[in-house]
Design a protein around this ligand. Sequence first.
Ligand SMILES: [Zn+2]
Ligand SMILES: [Zn+2]
Ligand SMILES: [Zn+2]
Length: 372
Amino acid sequence: MWRSADDLQSGRADADRSPEPYGPVSIDRHHKDDGRALTLYTRTDSDAIARPAVAEPASEPHAPAHRSASELRFNELRGEEVVYAIHRQDRTFLPAEDHCPLDPTHPGGPPTEIPFSSYEIAVFDNLFPAFQAPHGAAEVVVYTDDHHGSFAGLAPERAEALMWVWRHRYEQLAARADVEYVMIFENRGVEVGVTLHHPHGQIYAYPFLPPVPALELGADARLGGCAPCSLLARELDERVRIVHENDAVVAFVPLAARWAYETHVVMREHRPSLTDCSPSELTLLAAALQAVTRGFDALFNRPFPYIMIVHQAPTGADGASGHLHVEFYPPLRTGEKLKYLAGSEQGAGTFISDTLPEESAAILAKAIASVL
Ligand SMILES: [Zn+2]
Ligand SMILES: [Zn+2]
Ligand SMILES: [Zn+2]
């Protein structure tokens, strides 16, 4: 359901302090009228200056956003937490293009989530958070103020800046005592449940260590060292599933991929998180992620839906290790056919795939090469 412009919790945004430099970007912190944080990231070498929208300050204080707390329940049978965020039922669902809440706020136009007439990258607290302080956080990361486009289509400098934004968010959220795991991700395409088309990703800061990163730590224990390091060594040795690589990053379809075009983008060196990467490694990570996603779009000559997950070291007090890598789970098997999680996948947890990772890798490698 689309909320009317007057309901939108935006309008004025007060600057908290002067912009601070961070790698190639400057950080400009604000708070929205309803108290939610809004941070603008602008490349220091760019001409663009985020200007406050000409919108009049609200005549009455906005009511606080509806931010009822989520409830956490433990599923004993599966040994996992389930989050009940029932307020999310009301969230904006595929609004008309002229009512996009992630667009800049144009003078005379409806207020959006970002009360500036232009911006480069914006991060704000999700209005419909699955997690919120003091039990984690949920943030929206908007890649551009251009409604059309995609991560793959960003200018390389913008994609590089985004790596620094991710790094900063990880750093900020990791420092919080209520955060055990920070997950940066993007859902792209209605096939994976996207509710807004504007190019954006999200960050969830979990107040517990979720099962998938816990499984990866279990793999470290099983393999007697860093699992991504040893799995990467195997891929570099066999060289039959690599789809793209540069000096800092290797991308491959893993040996036991669950999805036809599942792709892992892994740092060559052991880097627990984005904060451990050099500036040039971040630049090369951005380049590799863009190469892979452009290759995805070239694969079937259509916008390619995916779930993109950034896995990094957990941030809890026990200081567990990790190895920065990005996983893509694309649901397409062919240009038209989707993989559905059905009986075996849901009921037994065993994926049945009708394509071999080596064959998918050869096709994807060719598609990536065609767009470089
Ligand atoms: Zn938009
Ligand atoms: Zn490693
Ligand atoms: Zn992973």
